[in-house]
Design a protein around this ligand. Sequence first.
Ligand code: PLP
Length: 390
Amino acid sequence: MTACEPISTDVLLPVYGKRPLHIDRGEGAYVIDREGRRYLDFLTGIGVNALGHSHPAIVRAIQEQAALCVHTSNVHAHHYQEPLAARLTAWSGMDHAFFCNSGTEAVEAALKAARARANASGRRRHRIVALRNSFHGRTAGALSVTGQAKYQAPFLPLPPDVHFVTPNDVEDLERSVNEETIAIIAETIQGEGGVVPLSAAFLGAIRRLATQWDALWIADETQCGLGRTGARFAYQWEGLLPDVVVTAKPLGGGLPLGAALFRDKAGAAIGYGMHGTTFGGGPLACRAALAFLDEAERLLPSVRKMGALLHTRVEELAARHARVREIRGRGLFAGIELDGPGEGAVQAALERGLIINCAQGNVLRLLPPYIVTEEQIERACAILDQVLRG
Ligand code: PLP
């Protein structure tokens, strides 16, 4: 078998339903399949390829570092981990970084820090407040705070003492956060839950209640952070500061890299030898991440401008098509809620050369790259117009 032949699905654990698109390579906002067809990529590997494909700055960083040193483990230092930690703490307003390989691992680090902090205080309290409809990852801790039965049910029992509240219901939150609470975890914009932004009032209530009860506000910005909304992190639109920030997806420029970022008080109970990882924060991924952050910073004004255009155009689609119930999201993160299943629309868009996906069965999710142009947004929305007519 050559490297380009498809692998028989018999050899894979059947956890994914693969679409009929076999990607050969990517160029900017496009991917090219093995027959040479080009597709406009408005999913970007679920928010990972935020600079598009084969961005020269990422290619250069990876090529140069691959020739020097790919892995050191965390037993030894390298040139890129501390500069990346400094950059991310400056971006987020946090004080310390812990690097890992994925969003779910960053969530685990955040939850473990909250437990360690509560245990170190000597008070017996355990409650974590999380949101219904949330998604925080597939490992046991992250799954325990993921408020969707379809992900949890086959794997029960999960770590206990998690209490779920309804997103944007301030009274429910106020009823649920109390002296038992050690952390409140929330995506600033729920992604898998159907692109549901938390309101300013709800985020403000999280901050207020976390402070009042000495709990940690863990902002999961895996999908909405690192420039996706046009701010460095989405919570910054409200002028608020969490205690822990979780980030991953685009951070490594396409390489697996996640980070949990802590304010002093949030990370204080984690000490030498208490947590760790073999791969997390290696030189290859950290160097690529520094290149990504340089470009993302430069592109923020464009993300805001293109994000505004995208939202204008999808609002126009909503006005034209009765099937569209609501438009949600911010910047280059948009959800189009339909009044019925969205899978047919995803398939029809793919046949017309546009890659998107569907969350919660009826929300078309758009995550175009930060390098997207006006013409590409017009083209994508013209395809969506045809698809919604059909
Ligand atoms: N948190 C959020 C908000 C996510 O959207 C995801 C993945 O989609 C995760 C955590 C888990 O990230 P990963 O798949 O890298 O483990």
